[in-house]
Design a binder for this molecule. Structure first.
Ligand SMILES: O=C(O)C1=C[C@@H](OP(=O)(O)O)[C@@H](O)[C@H](O)C1
Ligand SMILES: C=C(OP(=O)(O)O)C(=O)O
Length: 439
């Protein structure tokens, strides 16, 4: 599935006829990494069933092991890997340790508030691109809580922390306008601070609201008391999470390109076990696909999406669900009328500057895209093949795959970047519509 030795990229499958697919998608990155954190500070061992095994979740597990958590795989494994058994240590971070954050926002923003419970020196670094991601809010809020953070004045990776098992916690004012993960990370570990934590946000609107709701729900499910009754304030009372025995839902943001496929190529795609209630931002794909004119049925089998390959553009604010933007932009580029995507300025601080990356790559294929302050304006035009660069961004590769269903000769540079959240992507995408896919 890797790019061929002399090939500039992975040839994206072209859909010569309507699709007919029935697929299962591995577990949610965001849920897996929240459960791993909570299980690591729980009062008893946990079992995380159907976890996502991908670069971001393996980095999270590795980080927690370095802080003394025991994480083992069960002997029996499902189609997407084994379950995880998690045993919390007596003390988090009993020895100095180094944490590799890779390019995972959840690792770089969730682990430091946990490392705050350790007096050891914990160092953090990641990929080159990770050093460009916003981190100063985490760093400043840890300092406000009394943690010593050495960052060379950069406000970014790399840095070290040195805290205390009896960190006091309490009120913290922060600007989480660049990422909801600043709030989630502090809430998850904050239950173990002496006063819990009471976060007030001051600044531009916090993006990715559903991801904060996912955090508060996960905390409540683990028995903790959370107050999110006021806008821009989230508080967790001090307490120890119960051990978990949870099954991770399929990752709906990773399912997004697969359901988009039914719309753009025409035909039907069934995603097994799509939850009827969830905090996952990816669930918003249902209403987005309806705006584009797809037919949807959600029942016990899962989500079935049917499309005709013909659909209009849309005008949509993606502030709450920014991670869906690359796939939505790909759909918009194949629509019959213009689209406007707004509310996503914060995507400039994601794996790459996603607004510039999408504008550059779509334009290279003949697309008409204007980057605005708040997002993208996309006017459909005839697209041609070429190499779509992915900038170490799994969702750029997924967007390219959606385009490739309708654009012959499209090659995806470094399709392996999808391993960040879905290592099985090339394999699953290739079977998406067999035997309907023709190249
Ligand atoms: O907490 C999480 O699991 C995530 C929160 C969001 O981050 P931002 O708020 O930085 O967009 C989302 O885009 C990311 O993929 C996962
Ligand atoms: C923004 C994303 O990831 P991260 O968790 O690294 O922020 C994403 O997966 O789209």
């Amino acid at each position: 599935m890797a790019d061929g030795p002399s090939s500039p990229g992975w040839p994206a499958p072209y859909a010569g006829q309507p699709l007919e697919a029935d697929l299962s998608i591995p577990g949610s990155k965001s849920l897996t990494n929240r459960y791993l954190i909570l299980a690591s500070i729980a009062d008893e061992p946990s079992r995380i069933r159907l976890p996502l095994h991908s670069r971001d979740t393996e980095l999270m597990a590795a980080a927690l092991r370095r802080l003394g958590v025991e994480i083992n795989e069960t002997d029996e494994a499902g189609p997407f890997g084994a379950d995880w058994l998690v045993k919390p240590p007596a003390r988090i971070g009993a020895a100095d340790a180094h944490i590799d954050c890779g390019l995972a926002g959840t690792v770089m923003r969730f682990i430091p508030p946990l490392a705050a419970l350790s007096p050891s020196t914990i160092s953090f670094d990641g990929d080159d691109a990770a050093r460009r991601r916003p981190m100063s809010t985490t760093i400043d809020s840890l300092r406000a809580l009394g943690v010593r953070v050495e960052d060379g004045g950069r406000g970014a990776l790399p840095f070290t922390t040195s805290g205390s098992p009896t960190i006091r916690g309490g009120c913290v004012t922060m600007d989480a306008g660049a990422s909801s993960q600043f709030v989630s990370g502090l809430l998850l570990a904050g239950c173990r601070y002496e006063l819990g934590v009471d976060i007030r946000h001051v600044g531009d609107a916090v993006p990715s609201g559903p991801h904060i709701e996912m955090t508060t729900e996960a905390l409540r499910d683990a028995g903790l008391v959370v107050d999110d009754s006021e806008p821009n304030r989230w508080a967790v009372e001090p307490g120890v999470p119960r051990g978990l025995d949870v099954a991770v839902e399929p990752d709906l943001s990773n399912a997004a390109p697969f359901v988009a496929a039914a719309l753009v190529a025409g035909g039907t795609v069934l995603i097994r076990d799509w939850p009827t209630w969830t905090t996952q931002a990816g669930d918003r794909m249902r209403s987005i696909l309806e705006m584009f004119g797809a037919d949807l049925t959600l029942d016990r089998a899962g989500l079935t999406v049917t499309g005709s390959g013909e659909f209009p553009g849309i005008d949509i604010d993606l502030h709450d669900v920014g991670e869906l933007t690359p796939v939505v932009a790909a759909i918009a580029a194949l629509a019959s009328s213009p689209s406007r995507l707004t509310g996503i300025a914060h995507l400039r601080g994601h794996e790459t500057d996603r607004l510039t990356a999408l504008t550059t790559e779509l334009t290279k294929l003949g697309g008409r895209v204007t980057e605005t302050d708040a997002g993208l304006d996309i006017t459909p035009s005839a697209l041609h093949g070429g190499v779509f660069e992915t900038y170490h961004d799994h969702r750029m590769a997924m967007a390219a795959a959606v385009l490739g269903l309708r654009v012959p000769g499209l090659q995806i540079a470094d399709v392996a970047t999808t391993a960040k959240t879905l290592p099985e992507f090339p394999e699953l995408w290739s079977t998406l519509a067999q035997p309907a896919l023709a190249r």
